[in-house]
Design a protein around this ligand. Structure first.
Ligand code: CAA
Length: 257
């Protein structure tokens, strides 16, 4: 499939997806989101890919849903489009997604960023949920994920004022993992994605799923879920290889089995 709104590349075992509508700050129109989900699912099913890197441009990761597309649409049209259902598929991607975020990450851009498992931000990042200023509210998980990410008070302030926060503030409140100079954010994120992609693939996916469950499940249910994952991995060939390699003092060769 050829894409118009994203570009794709690959380095080692990392699939790199770049949002590519720079003239309008990577505004997320229906076509972009549909291409993005298509590519993420394709990478998720590719056994030669161990991790995904999601990025935009230096000036904008994404400035939100495409307002041109929403401005004239009726509530019924938007409901019938079910435009946010496709977003739910992003949260079901089983391989880790590392976000490399610079410039504006607003509205749907912030929501997309929150779908990444780890985020490396440039010091120019500007992050927020400004929907209230348009008379609407987040529709792709902003109220729910922001509260979980930064806590109720900080999220309330961001959601009700619509004011963005800086990269440093996002770091302080746990919304991003690291802040680095703009020249370095992509390189740092790629390095991290490659490090994860070199880990045993089954363990990576089972750990990601278990960690995400911590946001939904009561502690004991989460512990039970974790334990089942642990037992499952004990049955893998990569577990045998990992432990054998340790005992033989050599590097393991993981196969994903
Ligand atoms: N949709 C459509 N076009 C957008 C856009 C968006 N979300 N964000 C920016 N653009 C366009 C601008 O219209 C402009 O286009 P033209 O050159 O054709 O005029 C171009 O991108 C450059 O933008 P600016 O000239 O405004 O650039 P700036 O540096 O002065 O300001 C900005 C940057 C602060 C991000 C400003 O563009 C802005 O406020 N954008 C809207 C942000 C927003 O409200 N996002 C939330 C959208 S709703 C949503 O996301 C709902 C959801 O939950 C999914």
């Amino acid at each position: 499939m050829t894409y118009e709104c994203i570009s794709v590349a690959r380095e080692d075992r990392v699939g790199i997806v770049t949002l590519n509508r720079p003239k309008i700050l990577n505004a997320l129109n229906l076509q972009l989101v549909s291409e993005l989900v298509h590519e993420l699912e394709r990478l998720d099913n590719d056994p030669d890919i161990g991790a995904i890197l999601l990025t935009g441009g230096d000036k904008a990761f994404a400035a939100g849903a495409d307002i041109n597309e929403m401005a004239e649409a009726s509530a019924i049209e938007i409901m019938k489009r079910d435009q946010f259902a496709v977003w739910d598929r992003i949260s079901r991607i089983s391989k880790p997604i590392v976000g490399a975020v610079s410039g504006f990450a607003l509205g749907g851009g912030c929501e997309l960023m929150m779908n990444c498992d780890i985020v490396i931000a440039s010091e120019t990042a500007v992050i927020g949920q400004p929907e209230i200023k348009l008379g609407v509210m987040p529709g792709a998980g902003g109220t729910q994920r922001l509260v979980r990410a930064v806590g109720l008070r900080k999220a309330m302030e961001m959601l009700l004022t619509g004011e963005p926060i800086s990269a440093q503030e996002a770091l302080r409140c746990g919304l991003v993992n690291r802040v680095v100079p703009v020249e370095a954010y992509f390189r740092e994120a790629l390095k991290l994605a490659k490090q994860i992609a070199a880990q045993p693939p089954l363990a990576v996916q089972v750990i990601k799923k278990a960690a995400l469950k911590a946001e939904d499940l009561p502690l004991q249910d989460g512990m039970d879920y974790e334990r089942n994952g642990f037992y499952l991995l004990l049955a893998s060939e990569d577990r045998r290889e990992g432990m054998q390699a340790f005992l033989e003092k050599r590097k393991p060769r993981f196969t994903g089995n």
